[in-house]
Ligand binder design. Structure first.
Ligand code: ZN
Length: 196
């Protein structure tokens, strides 16, 4: 345990149906300078890709890390505030109720759909020093609660399209097929496609 992990210098965004997106991520055990530098690179990459959240598997690192900055979603504030956050080994402890929000994902360019999520929940995670943090969120009122649940799914190999109803899936099926074909053309492999 606590072995140094080699984090990539250049971060490449992986899209559906890359198989790493389906792999459950490993916990982070070493809270060193390499981890901090990687998280900084993830935040910069997320801004560059114009995302509000980015999970490590999306850049090919199967570790339980995601970053977020939901400032751009706070339309009432101009200019948007910087609300950068780093979440390591996150988990949801308890949840209550549900709410829906139209989500997109950097790994599914051009696909948006309403997804049902927990409304109130507690998220527990570790910061860059390894100290445990906790926060109660109310996703119906605070979009950070949506971002956290979406990104946390990535760490379990779960993707937002997995939450779609059959009808919703029908609407995006053609785009998914196009992405599957593009991946196969680029790599010669089938990728990790939806199972329904
Ligand atoms: Zn995503």
């Amino acid at each position: 345990m606590n072995q140094a992990y080699h984090y990539p210098e250049e971060l490449e965004l992986l899209t559906y149906p890359h198989p790493i997106l389906r792999r459950p991520a490993e916990p982070v055990t070493l809270f060193d300078d390499q981890l901090a530098a990687f998280c900084r690179r993830m935040l910069d990459a997320m801004h560059q890709f114009k995302g509000v959240g980015l999970a490590a598997p999306q850049v090919g690192v199967s570790r339980q890390i995601f970053v977020s900055d939901h400032g751009g979603l706070m339309a009432e504030q101009d200019p948007p505030p910087s609300l950068e956050r780093i979440w390591i080994n996150p988990r949801i402890e308890q949840h209550q109720g549900s709410t829906t929000y139209e989500e997109g994902c950097l790994s599914f360019p051009g696909i948006y759909a309403k997804v049902e999520r927990h409304d109130r929940f507690t998220v527990v995670w570790q910061d860059l020093q390894g100290a445990e943090q906790r926060l109660e969120l109310n996703a119906a009122d605070d979009v950070l609660g949506i971002v956290v649940q979406h990104e946390l799914d990535h760490l379990h190999g779960k993707l937002f399209v997995d939450h779609l109803t059959t009808v919703q899936l029908t609407l995006v099926r053609r785009k998914l097929k196009e992405m599957e074909q593009a991946y196969k053309k680029a790599t010669g492999k089938a990728g990790s496609i939806l199972r329904r």
